[in-house]
Write a protein that binds this ligand. Structure first.
Ligand SMILES: Nc1ncnc2c1ncn2[C@@H]1O[C@H](COP(=O)(O)OP(=O)(O)OP(=O)(O)O)[C@@H](O)[C@H]1O
Length: 244
């Protein structure tokens, strides 16, 4: 198996004695799309924030290309792109200007206007929108700029936190195609989502989390949509004691 791009080793995080993440072990290979499923508070965002080094682990390690994000914060960040539920862009700048800014920030060399426009087009942003202010963009369009930033950065790992929530089905489908395209170029993808349908469609593996624990990991090729929903609900109902 190829060396994992993203790796959690006994990764734990507690807040005031409450375990938000409990000894997570996970490896995501180049080109693999791994979807984290789980109810609110399961620990999905905590996992992503630990990989981003936004928060410090209580114990264990998050690694990117074999390096600890705590020990090598700058190097590991250079390999990483992050798309939150709401992509934060400068509203008064155009999509093109935002991409130029974030591209320069990534420190991998500046790019010509033509190159930036090409990247935005690859990310699915209509040409006429690229030179409009972001304040007029839909959520789907902002997500596309987020993808363009990841493309420009040539990130090897992509972290996504509920990226399709609030997108209409067409925008959500387009977004998923873009993620699949990145995966086919070897990008390792970790996506927290509540969207079982998209997880089955785009993910190679899904992990079901509850109360900070990764309970089970499934290959999406091995289960139908209905199976996945059933397995998910069974794991959730154990929480509330509701039997199916
Ligand atoms: N800064 C914080 N301080 C205290 N507790 C926190 C903090 N951040 C998260 N938690 C707790 O950690 C647990 C995991 O939260 P997390 O946000 O990772 O869940 P999630 O799976 O992403 O949920 P959601 O689907 O709602 O985004 C929850 O019990 C939450 O209340």
């Amino acid at each position: 198996m190829a060396e994992p791009i993203l790796q959690a080793i006994d990764l734990s995080k507690s807040y005031n004695g409450h375990l938000a993440l409990d000894r997570l072990n996970l490896s995501i290979a180049p080109g693999e799309i791994f979807c984290l499923l789980g109810a609110n508070g399961a620990g999905k965002t905590t996992t992503i924030n630990l990989f981003l080094n936004f928060i410090e682990p209580t114990s264990g390690e998050a690694r990117i290309k074999g390096r600890s994000v705590v020990d090598a914060p700058l190097e590991t960040k250079a390999d990483l792109a992050y798309i939150p539920e709401q992509v934060n862009l400068y509203r008064n700048l155009t999509g093109l200007e935002n991409l130029a800014y974030f591209n320069d920030l990534a420190g991998k060399g500046s790019r010509s206007r033509a190159e930036l426009l090409e990247i935005l087009e690859k990310a699915g942003l209509p040409r006429e929108a690229a030179t409009r202010r972001v304040s007029s963009y839909s959520k789907g369009m902002r997500q596309k700029v987020g993808i363009a930033i990841a493309l420009a950065k040539q990130a090897e790992a992509l972290l996504l936190d509920e990226p399709t929530s609030g997108l209409d089905p067409k925008a959500s489908n387009e977004f998923s195609r873009l993620i699949e395209d990145l995966s086919s170029r070897g990008v390792a993808v970790l996506m927290a989502t509540h969207d079982l349908f998209r997880a089955k469609e785009s993910g190679h593996r899904v992990g079901i989390m509850r109360e900070g624990k990764l309970l089970t990991t499934l290959k999406t090729a091995d289960v139908s949509h209905a199976d996945l929903e059933q397995i998910y609900l069974e794991h959730m109902s154990e929480l509330t004691g509701i039997s199916s």
